[in-house]
Design a protein. Structure first.
Length: 276
């Protein structure tokens, strides 16, 4: 049964009538974010590669044609991104929040992974994200308002087994968006970088292997992680508070501070972690 999202009374929500574009909206954190924004009365653009799954998300939330636009998008090929941005503007006349959530994880040893696979991961996670951001940025600068959300990872803070290219792509996002944040600060366009740890999604199932295939296995640690819904709630809270960077997860987040304060001890301890 389809359940319509309850409308929020005027003045009751930070996001009421805000235009929010979410990539990777067909599952996991992206789908949970769509649900959370919809509950707060936002108008939504849903993007991912899978049109049928985007339609499922839209229908499951009872989103109307008036307040929702489905835009299939492949982050590995963003040659049409300006056309998609124009479609958003034609429908909604503005873009208030861009959530760069779409991406590709990895489960493969560096020595077994071809450069082509490394490039694919960088193309999706880094260059695809940069392309959509650069397409939307002029809109926000003209509006003199906007919020860019970047879903990174704790792997953007340190490397781990089987994630060399994935971790590199997330590190790259930090460098790019920290620089961008400074450049657009006076234009009232904000940047929030989100670093999830272990979140209960299918990220490991869909991760790419050394030969380019799907991992098709669910990591035990991920299965026991924070729910996607709780992750989405914390992201919305981070936006409301104008945070610049937030970490979401459990005990694994301690590794971020351990690496910063005691790098040698961190290296010793992280090598003892179970590769998965």
């Amino acid at each position: 049964m389809v359940r319509s999202i309850n409308k929020i009374p005027d003045g009751m929500s930070t996001f009421k009538n805000k235009v929010v574009w979410v990539t990777g909206a067909s599952s996991g954190i992206g789908e949970a974010l769509v649900k959370a924004f919809a509950k707060e009365g936002a108008r939504l653009i849903l993007s991912s590669r899978r049109m049928d799954e985007l339609q499922r998300v839209k229908d499951s939330l009872g989103l109307s044609e008036e307040n929702c636009l489905i835009l299939p998008l492949d982050l590995a090929n963003t040659s049409n991104i300006d056309e998609l941005t124009q479609r958003v503007i034609s429908k909604f006349q503005q873009i208030d929040i861009l959530v760069n959530n779409g991406g590709l994880s990895q489960r493969a040893l560096t020595k077994d992974t071809s450069v082509d696979i490394d490039r694919k991961i960088m193309e999706v996670n880094f260059f695809g994200t940069i392309a959509i951001t650069k397409s939307v940025l002029p809109v926000m600068l003209q509006q003199k308002s906007g919020h860019i959300i970047v879903i990174s990872s704790i792997a953007g803070k340190f490397g781990f087994y089987f994630r060399s290219a994935y971790s590199a792509s997330k590190h790259a996002l930090h460098g790019f968006f920290e620089s961008l944040r400074m450049e657009i600060f006076n234009d009232n366009v904000k940047v929030l970088i989100v670093c999830p740890g272990k979140i209960n999604t299918n990220i490991s199932v869909n991760a790419v292997t050394a030969d380019g295939g799907k991992h098709n296995k669910r990591d035990e640690s991920t299965a026991n992680g924070v729910s996607a819904e709780e992750c989405a709630t914390q992201i919305l809270n981070g936006i409301k508070k104008n945070n610049e960077e937030i970490y979401i997860g459990g005990k694994e987040l301690r590794a971020i501070w351990l690496k910063r304060l005691f790098p040698k001890l961190f290296s010793k301890m992280i090598r003892k972690q179970k590769p998965e």
